[in-house]
Design a protein around this ligand. Structure first.
Ligand SMILES: *[C@@H]1O[C@H](CO)[C@@H](O)[C@H](O)[C@H]1NC(C)=O
Ligand SMILES: *[C@@H]1O[C@H](CO)[C@@H](O)[C@H](O)[C@H]1NC(C)=O
Ligand SMILES: *[C@@H]1O[C@H](CO)[C@@H](O)[C@H](O)[C@H]1NC(C)=O
Ligand SMILES: *[C@@H]1O[C@H](CO)[C@@H](O)[C@H](O)[C@H]1NC(C)=O
Ligand SMILES: *[C@@H]1O[C@H](CO)[C@@H](O)[C@H](O)[C@H]1NC(C)=O
Ligand SMILES: *[C@@H]1O[C@H](CO)[C@@H](O)[C@H](O)[C@H]1NC(C)=O
Length: 469
């Protein structure tokens, strides 16, 4: 009932203040409060003693979070079946019910309270409240090319038939985003109610199409497509493109918007190549997307005490001066696994047996190494200036990673050895908490990479109202 009330408050909440609940809502609200208090008391009394809590198994901790985002039933879940009826008009196949997401969110709150962690967020409470507004209200319209399979460039627009194909590699996030969006509860077929418009072309698919392939042809194609939708539909002209967005991941996409002025100046680019020095990246307008490799789901993490190497890094040293310097300084250090060229052990093992994993700028600032480190529970050490880290307005990266200026790389080992055991463990806890933000699911799950990215769009809603004047 409460949920139905929230939904009815309208799909454009940014335009008005909060209205007060009417008297007939007070009873259900009170019931909800009582239920929440009972749940919290139960959770607290069933916790282990603080002494034991200190020795909590960190792999358990990770599992708890896994559970909280899966589809377990709970009391709170039963309160809200309403929002699904609202979704009846969407084209999305089997969206994940909002009620289920709220249920798992409630569990996360209990977890945070009971473990007394300020956690890896700038402000979890504010974020969570606004995020839930987003779940209920954000609407995205997808241009119909994504559903048309008989046009000549259909493959450029259709969702990838197998986004998990390991051959996709660095482009995985681009395909995973589109697939997740189409399976989410945010898609609407009623363009009039949409906050945003998705242009469903795939840079990776163009790269693999011999008719396009080159950087030049790709940017021509993208410009033509933008002109096409702006003449066939009224939405582009209404905002000058400011409420339109597209996704791309990895180098070839960086120039895609270069042949269309409004596309690169006004539309939102959701991109893995989110660094301040990229010519076509505009921070605050554009959105940083985590670059993720398709990795098998991996539930058990190697705990801190089983990580006996200080550092892991593997990557081509010739890609940057700074990598060369790191190799020259510590290539032979027995405490550190630092390699250029072939490894003598599996790549994953490097992440599993080290406390810290280096992310050192090569040709590009972004690589999948950051998400790999997060995936395998290795604290990321980021040595790549000007990287607009994904979700940095929500996540406080200093709570679960170490950021070192390229100028200070000579002090790398000293800096890492000076981190106290307590601080390391806190970072490790926080790293476990942020793992869910660096994963893709089909259909998407609450707080995963898709919904975190959608939240970035939510923060940019309404700007088009200014630009259309
Ligand atoms: C941590 O969990 C793992 C897997 O469940 C178990 O094998 C191990 O004994 C646990 N360690 C501690 C200290 O409880
Ligand atoms: C929670 O953590 C803060 C800061 O570390 C500490 O001051 C406070 O005493 C803790 N509260 C509880 C209930 O453990
Ligand atoms: C594609 O299919 C639609 C309906 O299925 C049809 O209306 C349209 O003419 C077809 N286009 C081409 C180029 O065959
Ligand atoms: C949008 O503007 C362009 C350029 O001014 C124009 O060619 C196009 O017809 C307009 N689109 C619509 C739907 O009116
Ligand atoms: C590392 O070891 C190799 C082989 O022993 C040697 O050639 C190289 O100079 C050493 N590098 C450093 C930085 O000490
Ligand atoms: C590294 O591995 C690749 C493929 O496994 C192989 O082709 C190459 O020769 C190896 N390089 C060295 C220096 O061993």
């Amino acid at each position: 009932m409460v949920l139905r009330y929230l939904v009815r408050r309208g799909s454009r909440p940014q335009q008005g203040g909060r209205s007060r609940p009417s008297p007939q809502l007070l009873v259900p609200l009170l019931l909800l409060c009582v239920l929440m208090v009972v749940t919290v008391v139960f959770e607290i009394t069933s916790r282990v003693e603080p002494q034991q809590q200190q020795h909590r198994n960190l792999t358990r901790l990770e599992l708890e979070l896994e559970e909280s985002t899966s589809s377990r039933s709970s009391n709170i879940k039963d309160l809200g079946a309403a929002p699904q009826t609202k979704r009846a008009t969407t084209r999305a196949p089997a969206p994940v019910p909002v009620a289920r997401q709220l249920a798992s969110d409630a569990k996360d709150n209990n977890w945070q309270r009971n473990n007394n962690l300020s956690g890896p967020y700038h402000n979890w409470r504010l974020f969570k409240a606004d995020y839930q507004e987003m779940l209920h209200n954000l609407r995205i319209y997808v241009y119909p090319d994504v559903f048309i399979n008989n046009q000549s460039f259909a493959r450029v627009f259709l969702p990838h038939p197998n986004p998990k194909d390991p051959k996709i590699g660095n482009y995985f996030s681009e395909h995973a985003f589109k697939t997740a969006l189409l399976g989410s509860s945010l898609v609407t077929s009623r363009a009039e109610e949409a906050h945003f418009f998705f242009m469903p072309f795939s840079i990776n698919a163009m790269r693999n199409d011999p008719r396009l392939h080159s950087v030049k042809s790709i940017s021509d194609f993208v410009a033509q497509y933008t002109n096409r939708i702006s003449s066939e539909f009224k939405f582009w002209n209404a905002s000058g493109g400011a409420d339109h967005f597209y996704a791309c991941c990895h180098s070839i996409g960086r120039e895609a918007a270069s042949k269309h002025h409004d596309l690169h100046n006004s539309a939102i680019q959701i991109t893995c190549s989110s660094s301040y020095f990229q010519r076509l990246f505009i921070s605050h307008k554009d959105v940083g997307l985590p670059q993720v490799w398709p990795r098998p789901p991996h539930q058990l993490l190697n705990p801190p005490h089983a990580r006996n190497k200080l550092v892991f890094f593997a990557g081509r040293k010739q890609n940057s001066r700074i990598r060369e310097k790191i190799l020259a300084s510590w290539g032979n250090d027995t405490l550190m696994d630092i390699f250029s060229g072939n490894l003598s052990f599996p790549y994953e093992e490097g992440f599993q047996r080290s406390k810290y994993c280096l992310h050192v700028k090569g040709y590009e600032v972004n690589t999948a190494r950051v998400s790999d480190a997060i995936h395998y529970g290795c604290i990321p050490v980021i040595i790549s200036n000007y990287y607009d880290l994904p979700f940095a307005n929500v996540l406080d990266w200093s709570k679960f990673s170490i950021i070192i200026s390229e100028e200070d790389v000579a002090f790398l080992k000293k800096i890492l050895l000076s981190v106290s055991r307590q601080r390391y463990l806190t970072m490790y806890h926080n790293l476990c908490l942020v793992r869910r933000h660096f994963r893709w699911h089909t259909p998407p799950r609450s707080y995963d990479s898709f919904y975190m990215t959608a939240y970035q769009l939510w923060l940019r809603r309404g700007l088009q109202l200014l630009s259309s004047n």
